[in-house]
Design a protein. Structure first.
Length: 606
């Protein structure tokens, strides 16, 4: 923030300055109250005789000095800056080329949300932790394309990475060699661009490959030899699972309409092939990791990159402003000493003690406020059915305010949702006890009611009845008809359930027996149905044979060579048709010759 030509880096302290007038007004109020109380002891005309050392203006001056000292202290904490200079800074770093697989197999959803999205998230996290390096981006599938040359504009690289799709390249398939070859050429061009600049040390060049390992071409060995020859470090990251999964096909709106099929019409199941990627890393002298949900392997990558030699890319001018916090800090210290040097030290000490008590009270209130905020977040998470997140937030709130009956009650609700009946029983028991201590009979009744539900689910009907009865007792202290009706209804249902279980051992009624029917009748009926079914089946087969016999002669297949016969097409017309077909075949052959030099699609286009 810039105010009157002065930059403030920590603007929050400027807002804190707004509280100083209120503190000054509170101090003046207490001085006025003491003055009014002294008037009750003696009239104002007698003050000079009975207390000649008394000076109310002195207390006001001390308060003013203390407020001004606090103001300048806050200004110093805001880090004011004015005056500036320019310095030349050299940009040092590495040359890093990201090579990302965008074949259709990367759309498999065996990792969440899919392999390509996981790779994009990994790249963004990597770029957030990268500083000063030149980074480029290559996308590949059946062929490859350089989407971003080496640049220090990492935001541009991140935005380009976020736009990666399977349509980023023109040919589908998986050709790891093509992607690595394009990255190698881009690094060589970057080295040529930087060769004319003075560098204290050679720049280390590295390639970061992200793929699922389904390579359909055989150029890896040649490219890996080139990487080793050029002394390039290759970091290979695999994404996917060995189990794999189908490749979803989506419409332009993004809705799944089926799965990818091969040329034989079979559904394609793509699997993560770590062996090929591990071999590629070993042959080129690089390293291999698999991208896990936590992406902890990024730490190992950053550690290894940190050990590589960095070179100077360019020079840039940086504007540096001078820190001026020393001036307001010095004024604040002088004003504090001035306030302390004024008389009435005892009153100052008392005021400081009062201020300390205020701070300790504020700390306790802050804990309660933090607990309230955490509880509010937990309730929102619970309403959104994010139970595990709500459970964690309720636990954090309890750490801030462990004696709160509401927080204990909410923990019981979480356990009830998770069907952990014993934990819910304990939580509601603790909540009811805390509510009794806090003189909240309504909350105690609600906790005991929910405890009864947990005990009923845990098949402890007697304990559940005790909880419901205790809930009725607590509800009597703060009567709520709806709550009482709810508790009594659960009690009645509990007793009815117990009575029905007691009657469950009675002999079965005759009606139940009669419903089963006579086994002999069922057998006869079944036999009858079976014989009727056989008769129908034979009848249908016979009708089918008769229909076959009556089938016209012209529909019967013949293995012999048939002559061309047509009532409407003469032999001359047939000759013209055959000539036209021959001409079209020649045109098709010419087109095939012209397209011979174009890249042909791979057998596996995923």
């Amino acid at each position: 923030m810039k105010i009157a030509g002065i930059f403030f880096l920590q603007t929050a302290w400027l807002w804190a300055c707004l509280a100083i007038p209120f503190l000054y007004a509170i101090g003046r109020y207490f001085i006025s109250r003491r003055k009014e109380r002294f008037k009750l002891f003696a009239s104002e005309s007698m003050w000079s005789k009975i207390a000649p050392e008394l000076d109310w203006n002195l207390a006001k001056r001390k308060l003013l000095a203390w407020s001004a000292a606090l103001l300048f202290l806050f200004l110093a904490a805001a880090r004011p800056q004015w005056g500036e200079t320019e310095e030349t800074v050299k940009t040092t770093g590495l040359d890093l080329m990201l090579v990302v697989d965008v074949s259709q197999s990367m759309l498999a959803e065996d990792v969440v949300p899919n392999r390509l999205k996981k790779a994009q998230h990994f790249i963004r996290r990597f770029l957030e932790r990268t500083s000063g390096d030149r980074v480029g981006l290559v996308a590949f599938a059946g062929n490859s394309i350089l989407l971003s040359p080496l640049t220090t504009d990492l935001d541009y690289v991140a935005e380009t990475s976020d736009t990666l799709t399977t349509d980023s390249v023109t040919l589908q398939g998986t050709d790891l060699g093509a992607g690595l070859e394009t990255a190698l050429k881009a690094l060589e061009r970057g080295a040529e661009d930087n060769s004319g600049k003075e560098s204290q040390a050679p720049v280390s060049r590295s390639i970061i490959l992200i793929s699922d390992g389904e390579d359909n071409e055989d150029r890896i060995k040649e490219v890996s030899n080139s990487l080793r020859k050029e002394k390039l470090k290759l970091y290979v990251f695999g994404v996917g699972t060995e189990k794999g999964g189908p490749i979803p096909v989506r419409n332009p709106e993004g809705d799944a309409i089926g799965f990818k099929r091969d040329r034989s019409g079979n559904s394609v199941t793509t699997q993560f092939q770590s062996a090929s990627l591990e071999k590629l890393a070993a042959d080129s002298g690089g390293q291999f990791w698999r991208i896990t949900p936590s992406e902890n392997e990024l730490d190992a990558l950053m550690t290894d990159l940190g050990s590589l030699a960095r070179g100077d890319f360019a020079e840039k001018k940086v504007t540096i402003r001078y820190e001026r916090f020393q001036w307001p800090l010095a004024v604040s210290i002088l004003l504090f000493f001035l306030e302390l040097s004024l008389p009435s030290r005892r009153k100052v000490v008392a005021a400081l003690l009062l201020f300390g008590a205020f701070l300790s009270g504020s700390s306790a209130q802050a804990d309660e406020w933090n607990a309230y905020r955490q509880n509010g977040k937990a309730l929102k998470a619970f309403e959104a059915d994010r139970v595990s997140e709500a459970k964690e937030l309720f636990g954090s709130a309890q750490v801030e305010d462990p004696g709160s009956p509401i927080l204990r009650f909410n923990q019981g609700v979480i356990h009830l949702k998770e069907e952990k009946w014993t934990d819910a029983d304990r939580a509601f028991s603790a909540a009811s006890e805390a509510a009794k201590l806090a003189q909240r009979p309504d909350l105690a009744a609600e906790a005991l009611y929910n405890q009864g539900i947990a005990r009923t689910a845990d098949k402890r009907p007697e304990d559940a009845a005790d909880s419901y009865l205790a809930a009725l007792v607590q509800n009597a202290f703060d009567p709520k008809p709806e709550a009482e009706a709810k508790i009594r209804k659960n009690l009645e249902l509990l007793f009815q359930s117990q009575q029905s279980q007691g009657q469950g051992s009675d002999p079965k009624s005759k009606d139940d027996k009669s419903d089963k029917g006579d086994p002999k009748d069922q057998k006869n009926q079944s036999g009858k149905n079976s014989s009727d079914g056989d008769a129908d089946q034979k009848k249908k087969e016979k009708e089918g044979e008769d229909a076959e016999k009556k089938k016209p002669e012209k529909y019967k297949e013949s293995n012999g060579k048939r002559e061309f016969k047509s009532e409407k097409l003469s032999p001359e017309d047939a000759g013209r048709v055959m000539s036209e077909l021959s001409r079209r075949e020649k045109d098709l052959q010419e087109k095939m010759k012209r397209s011979k030099g174009r890249p042909q699609p791979l057998d596996k286009d995923w």
